[in-house]
Design a protein around this ligand. Structure first.
Ligand code: SF4
Ligand code: ZN
Length: 307
């Protein structure tokens, strides 16, 4: 048994395709796939200044590395990375160290913002405002909001995330289970609503790459990513239950995750059309950031609308 190039040193087995690959062919296949997603969806365009949300994990590390392969060959595009320190302790300081190391080695500007400086407190302090909610709800909303704001201040035309196939399939499944049809608009390789001022379009160039392949990609290239401990606040959640369920399903029936994402790709365009016709474009009446409600989720969590 050998890789299609003839090399008998096998690095990765892709069950859903029934292929085995040497390290070089595996790395090339990931880069080819991500660049194809970028090309066919026109994720990068002339004049773009791409901000990459860099957490220091294998997903955003790969996103930054591959997008940079394209941008560094172009004179009409620029790239930078943004990391958010939520104040979750050693876990986050370690991931930020890895991020800084990667950016330094690639010569990419790296901007770090903290909840403490920007929002007035670390995650555990902010959570006291609404103790019934779990940490990830707070963290996810506030981080997304801060990333959008800072990317805009830094002049980004797009904001890239490292969401992988597993993440995207989980989101499809969750929206389906909870009947959140409008949230399907946040899926797809490009989340953009050009009608909404202040919203930086979001790119997800890794949405067709399974999680385990991202570990293997970073390891193959010795990229500095943080893969040890998990965030101490990431406790049990619906998403985690669905993650496990889908993981088991995909183990038993390889290719399931791809099918779920393909399903979303079919229904997103008509849903977009429907919601863009009926949906109202809003900005938060408290902070002015893009929002689907009068008061955005971040202000609601921070109880700003009630002052
Ligand atoms: Fe934030 Fe939850 Fe992720 Fe921890 S696991 S960084 S609390 S979203
Ligand atoms: Zn707001």
């Amino acid at each position: 048994m050998a890789c299609k190039c003839g090399n008998s040193e096998i690095y990765f087995t892709r069950k859903y395709e029934g292929t085995i690959m040497c390290k070089k062919c595996f790395v090339r296949s990931i880069e080819k796939k991500v660049k194809r997603i970028i090309r066919i969806n026109k994720l990068l365009e002339h004049g773009d200044n791409i901000g990459v949300a860099l957490s220091g994990g294998k997903d955003s590390t790969t996103a930054l590395y591959i997008i940079n392969q394209i941008v560094c060959k172009r004179k009409d595009m620029t790239i930078f990375a943004i990391s958010i320190d939520e104040g979750t302790g050693k876990y986050r300081t370690d991931t930020i160290k890895k991020s800084a190391k990667l950016c330094k080695s690639l010569g990419i500007p790296h901007y770090i913002y903290s909840f403490e400086n920007e929002l007035g407190g670390k995650l555990p302090d902010l959570m006291k405002k609404n103790p019934r909610l779990n940490a990830c709800t707070f963290c996810g909303v506030l981080r997304r909001d801060l990333l959008n704001r800072k990317a805009r201040e830094l002049g980004a035309t797009k904001l890239a995330f490292g969401f992988n196939l597993n993440d995207e399939a989980e989101s499809v499944f969750m929206n389906f289970v909870f009947g959140n049809l409008d949230k399907f608009l946040r899926l797809g390789p490009l989340v953009s609503n050009r009608k909404i001022e202040l919203f930086i379009p979001r790119l997800k160039p890794l949405r067709e790459v399974p999680e385990e392949e991202l570990f293997a990609y970073c390891d193959a290239l010795n990229l500095p990513y943080y893969g040890k401990k998990k965030c101490p606040y990431g406790k049990e959640s619906v998403r985690k239950t669905i993650r496990k369920y889908l993981y088991d399903l995909d183990e038993k029936y390889p290719g399931t995750l791809f099918q779920i994402v393909k399903f979303a790709d079919v229904i997103i365009p008509p849903l977009k059309e429907h919601f863009q016709k009926t949906g109202e474009i809003k900005h938060c009446i408290v902070c002015g950031e893009p929002s689907s409600q009068d008061v955005c989720k971040a202000c609601e969590l921070m109880e700003k609308g009630e002052n």
